[in-house]
Design a protein around this ligand. Sequence first.
Ligand code: BGC
Length: 360
Amino acid sequence: MKKLIALFMVLTLSLSMVACASSTPAPVDKKVMIGVSMPTQSLQRWNQDGTNMKAKLETAGYAVDLQYGGDNDIPTQVAQIENMITEGCKVLVIAAIDGSSLTEVLKTAKEQGITVIAYDRLIMNSDAVSYYATFDNFQVGVMQGQYVETALDLKNQKGPFNIELFTGDPADNNATFFFGGAMSILKPYIDSGVLKVLSGQTTQAQVSTADWKSENAQSRMENLITSNSYSPKGTKLDAVVCSNDSTALGVTNALVSVGYTKDNMPIITGQDCDKPNVKNMIAGLQSMSIFKDTRTLADKVVGMVDAIVKGSTPEINDTKTYDNGTGIIPSFLCAPVVCTVDNYKQILIDSGYYKEADLL
Ligand code: BGC
């Protein structure tokens, strides 16, 4: 019996092999592959960006290689991009850890006809970058500056009000725009003495935060508290301009640990509407954040990818702001929105960005 079954199997196998050899191979549904390279998983926003991009690209019919560069590790990001090139990605969507460290790897991409889209952060000194999609980064800073201007009524008050400044990683080109935007509003008040920066730290280099890390912002704020005697009962601190939520979180932690509460907290700005920061806004520990709907950015970038793959021209709305050192990169700028405790429900909950339970 066993012999009979074995004979039957051999016969079936041989017949199917003959059939395969003689018929035309079924067409393989080979999807176009898109590489998506994000800087880190340690911040909420990049996880959302990555997840949104992957889901939307897959819905549009693409295969996606999504990678995160360790925890802001530049060699890891470079190696991941090299791999995306080797595996045949047609378009690379990259949020750079360090805007100036991708020049070499992107030379290979260009040689192989791969199109590169800079995602959220501009990639510098590379003529391989064809498009840039981001939020209006200068406007983000302007909105933070205007928030402080309105909250302290700087147009009418003489002050002086005490303020300190925090921005992001020096290798992130966005930080220059955020800081520049905020200073375009606040510098005239600093120059006229209505705002005082007691630390004397007012240049971007002096107020930057390595890797945008909360702990780095926290330790700088702790030093500022000590050296300027800021405290609820001591020297009054009226405002701290933070370029984003991770820096705002560090600053808030430092202030809370020396006794600041919702009743005497300085004005603190932020950006991203990260969950811990929205919770702080609700608790009265952070004044505002800037909402950048990563779903909108992902939609725009998927539209760009689709246009590139299909040979048409992607939609752009800015051809003058972002020069990466090799020329202006055609850009699409999404609109940032000011978020406070007064409108967060409408902006974040009603739009489905967060559930009420996320913010408890
Ligand atoms: C982004 C911000 C983010 C920061 C830190 C910037 O490039 O635009 O949204 O908070 O990086 O990750």
